[in-house]
Ligand binder design. Structure first.
Ligand code: 5AD
Length: 351
């Protein structure tokens, strides 16, 4: 495992030298192959609701965006999407929504999770379930864990607390986000976090600290993607951009993350695929080993626009593209992050 100093990371990120770019990608691919092989695992993404109580300045789902039609799939629809995914070879799904922390909502999700586990468990180990529902209470995370979810994604968005506050309203806090990540870890989830890359006000130094933050927090999964402006949110009017090549910087961030954290799972995000035709291929070459095809029904997809021009690729196309990039689309396997098991073993030894 390699450590880089902050200045070294900043130099790499700022560099326009193709040799540096090549060096990072080559090293990341080698580390990935040694630690995670050529396999690319799928998480079928079911965006079951766009209702959100939060008001993040960058996100199209924010509470005050009145231009989108709000939807919530009913339990039968979510369960049938999950089971259809399972029949098509998915071994994991991710349930994602805007943040709604009422007990009614969490009871519903917990029941859905338990039902999917039971139905899919009839064939082998069943579907792995990742959740991405935002900030909830410790008890709610525990309830969802007890129902059978075992991975959770909660992006920190930026590890700089001052910058965090600039892109969120006062009632949302950095410390609360950290508490949630800690709670998830304590309960036993495989924990994923991540940041947006290239939003107004963010510097190369901030990105270097983000990578160090992921290492320090000992995370199991990473989801980073370029920031893409949404026309109807406050951050769209902000022009203080310090990062010049958002796509190239995102690729280098992935490569550095893979080099610094060889055994984690890392996604080639939809945002990365949305801003560049070769986003998927480049993301994989930079060390990503997870892809999250969108399984949300077509009728709802245009209402889950976190940012403008969100891309959707069919499962078959994704599999072909993964093969064409030289990797192995891997069905019927959970593909958990070995990092998680390693840290659990170490924790057990220390107790
Ligand atoms: N650009 C890129 N990513 C975004 N997200 C939300 N809005 C945007 C945007 N404008 C990401 C956030 C969030 C995840 C669900 O989507 O990082 O955690």
């Amino acid at each position: 495992m390699i450590s880089f100093s902050t200045t070294q990371i900043v130099d790499y990120l700022k560099s326009k030298d193709p040799a540096i770019h090549h060096f990072l990608l080559e090293k990341a691919d080698r580390y990935r192959q040694e630690n995670r092989g050529r396999a690319v695992y799928f998480r079928g993404l079911i965006e079951y609701s766009n209702i959100c109580s939060q008001n993040c300045f960058y996100c199209g789902l924010r509470r005050d965006n009145l231009f989108i039609k709000r939807y919530h799939l009913d339990r039968e629809e979510i369960i049938s999407l999950a089971m259809e995914a399972h029949n098509n070879g998915y071994q994991s799904i991710c349930l994602q929504s805007g943040q709604v922390s009422s007990s009614k909502e969490i009871d519903l999700v917990a029941e859905v999770v338990a039902t999917i586990k039971e139905l899919s468990g009839k064939k082998g180990q069943g579907l792995g379930i990742t959740l991405s529902l935002g900030e909830l209470s410790y008890q709610q995370y525990q309830q969802l864990w007890n129902a059978g979810a075992h991975r959770y994604l909660l992006r920190i968005e930026t590890s700089n607390p001052v910058l965090f506050q600039k892109i969120h309203p006062p009632e949302q806090s950095f410390s609360r986000r950290l508490e949630c990540l800690q709670a998830l870890r304590e309960i036993g989830y495989q924990v994923g976090t991540g940041v947006m890359i290239g939003f107004p006000g963010q510097s190369y130094e901030d990105l270097a600290y983000d990578l160090q933050f992921f290492r320090e927090k000992d995370i199991d999964m990473l989801g980073m993607g370029p920031y893409i402006p949404h026309p109807d949110v406050p951050l769209a009017d902000e022009k203080k951009e310090y990062i010049s090549d958002v796509f190239g910087t995102s690729i280098k961030m992935l490569a550095l993350a893979r080099i610094m954290m060889p055994d984690i799972n890392m996604v080639a995000s939809t945002a990365l695929q949305s801003i560049h035709p070769d986003g998927l291929k480049m993301g994989l070459k930079a060390g990503a080993n997870i892809v999250m095809p969108i399984l949300t029904p077509e009728k709802n997809r245009q209402d889950y626009m976190l940012y403008a021009n969100k891309k959707h690729s069919a499962f078959e196309t994704l599999q072909q593209d993964i093969k064409a990039a030289g990797y192995e689309p891997t069905l019927w396997q959970w593909g958990d992050s070995p990092h998680y098991f390693k840290r659990k073993r170490e924790q057990a030894k220390g107790e």
